[in-house]
Design a protein around this ligand. Structure first.
Ligand SMILES: Cc1ncc(COP(=O)(O)O)c(C=O)c1O
Length: 388
């Protein structure tokens, strides 16, 4: 079948491919420790499951308005506003099946051929994929270990041209776990205002932060009218499979993103939206417990990686990923990730799955038990020793 040309520009997310390869190995009897998947290994909080099932039984099984049910949009506006010290109206909120469609729709709505979009590299692979897909030019901004994997604002300034339309930022960041400082965000905001740019701020990991504060670019002068916040329930409430996320955007953009929802998925599952209200309005104990457990595991994995000769790992400040440097093992990071999967039974992702500037690194998700993390570390150490 002849595909449309644009399909040649569409990328993918390697995590799903590595998961499939790991499952194939497991089907052959091999044990694999899964450090490739970007999802909390915790259960969705019980009160959220209860709200979802109650909603199903109560008839929330029909279409909802495309931008989401009013009560959920109100809860999101209130909760997200309180968290960031801002006031949002429910009309600024568009609910989607996961946060990912916000990326898809915002890039589709704002960028076109001839436009340049600046995005973090290494970064979530769908940014680059979507920018290319819509025919715009992806302009990577490298995140370097020597700058704690934060983007360098002076370098960003040099990347901006008259064709720059959109800047994508992500803090806490996937895959490096870096967190932008207030001064970084202030600098990015200042550039956005000066050059009349729109910012897509992916804040999906904002609750999974181990030290410091979450700073949203929407808080800075002149940014309310040019920021789209992407957030959702997948990571914070361990709800990846429910598919529930949202964008908070300038009022004038919301009807256009809503049209994209109408044209694609119509709406987000209605009973899932009811569960989302319970997540926002209910107790946060489970979320806090999950973050504390991630903090403990972060220490285990980072200490363990640093104890392995030839590897080193900086301490991530947010999300649940470690991003160790593996450039001294004698092969590129993709070959090393393949070697770890096939020979050691540890599934990880090559840094280059997140863009060219990820060469030399691996992404390890520590959304796994301490016992499994320790076993994975032993296996990795043994595998590295065998390379001598
Ligand atoms: C940086 C980042 N943004 C957005 C998402 C999208 O998550 P979801 O569509 O499950 O809400 C992910 C998921 O891995 C992510 O890592």
């Amino acid at each position: 079948m002849k595909l449309a040309q644009r399909m040649g520009r569409l990328g993918t997310e390697t995590a799903f491919e590595v998961l499939a390869r790991a499952r194939a190995l497991e089907a052959k009897g091999k044990t694999v420790i899964h450090l490739e998947i970007g999802e909390p290994d915790f259960d969705t909080p019980a009160h959220v499951i209860e709200a979802g099932t109650t909603a199903l039984r109560s008839g929330y099984t029909h279409y909802s308005p495309s931008p989401g049910i009013g009560e959920l949009r109100e809860s999101i506006a209130r909760f997200a506003g309180r968290k960031r010290g801002l006031t949002f109206s429910p009309e600024q909120v568009v609910v989607t099946p996961g946060g990912k469609p916000i990326m898809f729709f915002v890039i589709l709505a704002l960028a076109e051929e001839g436009d340049e979009v600046i995005y973090p590299n290494p970064g979530f692979p769908i940014y680059e994929s979507m920018i290319s897909f819509v025919g715009a030019t992806p302009v990577p901004i490298p995140l370097r270990e020597e700058n704690a994997f934060r983007l360098d604002v002076d370098e960003l300034a040099r990347k901006i041209t008259p064709r720059t339309r959109l800047v994508i930022i992500n803090s806490p960041q996937n895959p490096t776990g870096s967190v932008l400082e207030r001064s970084d965000v202030a600098g990015i905001a200042e550039l956005a205002v000066r050059h009349d740019l729109v910012v897509l701020s992916d804040e999906i990991y904002s609750e999974i932060l181990y030290d410091g504060e979450h700073v949203s670019i929407a808080q800075f002068p002149g940014m309310a009218e040019r920021t789209i916040i992407l957030d959702g329930f997948s990571k914070t409430y361990a709800m990846t499979g429910w598919r529930l996320g949202y964008g908070i955007m300038p009022l004038e953009l919301a009807p256009h993103i809503t049209r994209l929802v109408t044209n694609s998925v119509s709406c987000t599952a209605t009973f899932v939206q009811r569960a989302g209200i319970a997540a926002l309005e209910g107790p946060m104990d489970d979320v806090q417990g999950m973050v504390e457990e991630f903090r403990r595991r972060r220490q285990v994995i980072v200490d363990g990686l640093n104890a392995i000769p030839r590897l080193r790992c900086t301490m991530p400040r947010g999300a649940f990923y470690a991003f160790p440097y593996v450039g001294n093992v004698g092969m590129d990071c993709r070959a090393f990730a393949d070697y770890l999967l096939n020979d050691a039974g540890v599934a990880t992702l090559a840094g280059t799955s997140f863009g060219a500037f990820g060469e030399g690194y691996l992404r390890l998700s520590y959304a796994n038990s301490v016992a499994n993390l320790q076993m994975a570390l032993d296996r990795i150490e043994h595998a590295v020793q065998k390379l001598r």
